[in-house]
Design a protein around this ligand. Structure first.
Ligand code: BG6
Length: 477
């Protein structure tokens, strides 16, 4: 669809940026915080890039005021951050830790004082270690009550201040790593347990949304989904079928459960055939139907291209965590699909396809299938940045990426998509879970690497670019 002219971005468009607690805060054992599964996992040798961890991260916990001042200088309209569950409940439940709540209250107040809309993520992967030890985290239905209790504590405290909430961040990506690839805690490789844990997470998500209606009646809540739209490798019917399989098994499984309260047909049948379908108890599907979101948070980085994969073919493979271009192997499920490089697209050094049209396709598919508003809760480019002479960081490649993706947002809105806002990933440089500090995403460079550093904040070229775009309210030539 070619449009002769694009409408401007809406006046109320949330020009934002994002982060997550474990990736920025540090202060891992300060002010009564309990350990999360990531505090434990990253200490096991060989789990992360050069043993990097979030003990200090970029020390946002102690530099929050400085970071918010930079956001204000940039003109940000929204800031998405996550609350660390074990900072609020050191052992997962019980009486809340006031010091933890007070930190987020200070952050929220600082944002509001500068006219920046807080977008609060309830769960960005840092499960209290205590609940993992006690009952296996997402593998037990006991988490549904504990998660609800944690969420309600935050609803009660912040209902009057926070309008936009994200329930679970990238359940699909996090649990794929945690229960299929074995690369996130608890590092399991078992597809039956994977689907069982996901089902319980859907129930917890729905219960948290149900409770939200009661406590935050004027707010909006939705999950953030890691959406990598599927493409077929060719027009061969076998590739088209592989693409359909992939879209159901890697995307619609989650999105249909969240937004429609059911599982996609062929995927559910296939899992039943394998003996790997989750156990669905009476009342489960009714709960999903009662806990539908107000909007979908979309984390978009790349598209994936699929081809046919025979029985006995390629299995799941780990992602590139080194930044050595061209080292990502094909990954798939025998009998269903496997990935192939897309010859039409350039990639980043981590082999992520750079595809702004894919973002437009993503937004259109979701808006059309689910008839919900959308918010880009993450989009950005992870690259090696160079701190040059006179504290300059020339990240023109990042500007090009963000600009083309924002243009795709505008085109999607012209196509009819209701898009609430765009949170670039990330505001400052952050710790990448498996890639250490070398894979940078921020508008603000942070002087640190895997060994440490001064933690000084330095505005990149993209900082000044985004500042101008926000000021103008539209993309500049
Ligand atoms: C998403 C996460 O998967 O993508 C973020 O929600 C993450 O927390 C981001 O940092 C980029 O991934 P990576 O692996 O490049 O850090």
């Amino acid at each position: 669809m070619h449009h002769a002219q694009l409408k401007p971005f809406p006046q109320a468009f949330l020009w934002g940026a994002a982060s997550a607690a474990y990736q920025v805060e540090g202060a891992w054992n300060v002010d009564g915080k309990g350990p999360s599964v990531w505090d434990t996992f990253t200490k096991i040798p060989g789990t992360t890039f050069e043993g990097s961890n979030g003990d200090v991260a970029v020390d946002h916990y102690h530099r929050m005021e400085e970071d918010v001042a930079l956001m204000a200088e940039m003109g940000l309209k929204a800031y998405r951050f996550s609350v660390s569950w074990p900072r609020i409940f050191p052992s997962g439940r019980g009486t809340p830790n006031e010091a933890g709540l007070a930190f987020y209250e200070r952050l929220i107040d600082a944002l509001l004082a500068r006219g920046i809309e807080p977008v609060l993520t309830l769960y960005h992967w840092d499960m209290p270690q205590a609940l993992q030890d006690e009952y296996g985290g997402w593998e037990s239905r006991r988490i549904i009550d504990d998660f609800e209790h944690y969420c309600v504590t935050l609803y009660q405290r912040f209902a009057g201040k926070v309008k936009y909430w994200v329930s679970l961040n990238e359940q699909n990506y996090n649990l794929t790593n945690a229960y299929q690839l074995g690369t996130h805690p608890p590092a399991v490789q078992d597809r039956k347990r994977f689907f069982a844990a996901n089902h319980i997470a859907f129930l917890a998500n729905a219960r948290a949304i149900k409770a939200f209606r009661q406590h935050v009646p004027h707010g909006l809540i939705g999950p953030s989904f890691a959406y990598s739209p599927a493409y077929p490798a060719s027009s061969a019917p076998s590739d088209m079928l592989a693409f359909e399989n992939a879209e159901e098994l890697t995307n619609y499984w989650w999105l249909d459960a969240y937004c429609l309260g059911r599982y996609p047909l062929a995927a559910l049948n296939w899992l039943r055939e394998q003996g790997e379908a989750p156990e669905i108890l009476p009342g489960d599907m009714a709960l999903l139907a009662e806990g539908k979101p107000d909007y979908i948070g979309v984390n978009y980085y790349y598209t994936l291209t699929f081809t046919d994969n025979p029985l006995g073919g390629q299995g799941l493979a780990r992602i590139n965590t080194t930044g050595k271009k061209g080292t990502t192997p094909s990954s798939g499920i025998p009998g269903l699909y496997k990935t192939v490089p897309n010859p039409h697209l350039e990639t980043s050094n981590w082999d992520w396809a750079i595809d702004s049209t894919g973002m437009r396709i993503a937004l259109r598919r979701l808006a059309s299938r689910y008839a919900l508003p959308l918010m880009i809760t993450e989009n950005g480019l992870g690259e090696f940045d160079q701190l040059g002479e006179g504290d300059q960081v020339h990240d023109d490649y990042r500007i090009a990426y963000l600009k083309s993706h924002l243009h795709a947002c505008q085109q999607a809105m012209q196509d009819g998509v209701e898009l609430l806002g765009y949170c670039a990933w990330s505001f400052t440089d952050i710790l990448s879970w498996l890639n250490g500090y070398q894979k940078r995403y921020g508008f603000v460079y942070v002087d640190r690497d895997e060994q440490g550093g001064s933690l000084r904040r330095i505005r990149k070229e993209s900082f000044f670019w985004y500042q101008q775009v926000i000021k103008a309210g539209h993309l500049l030539d």
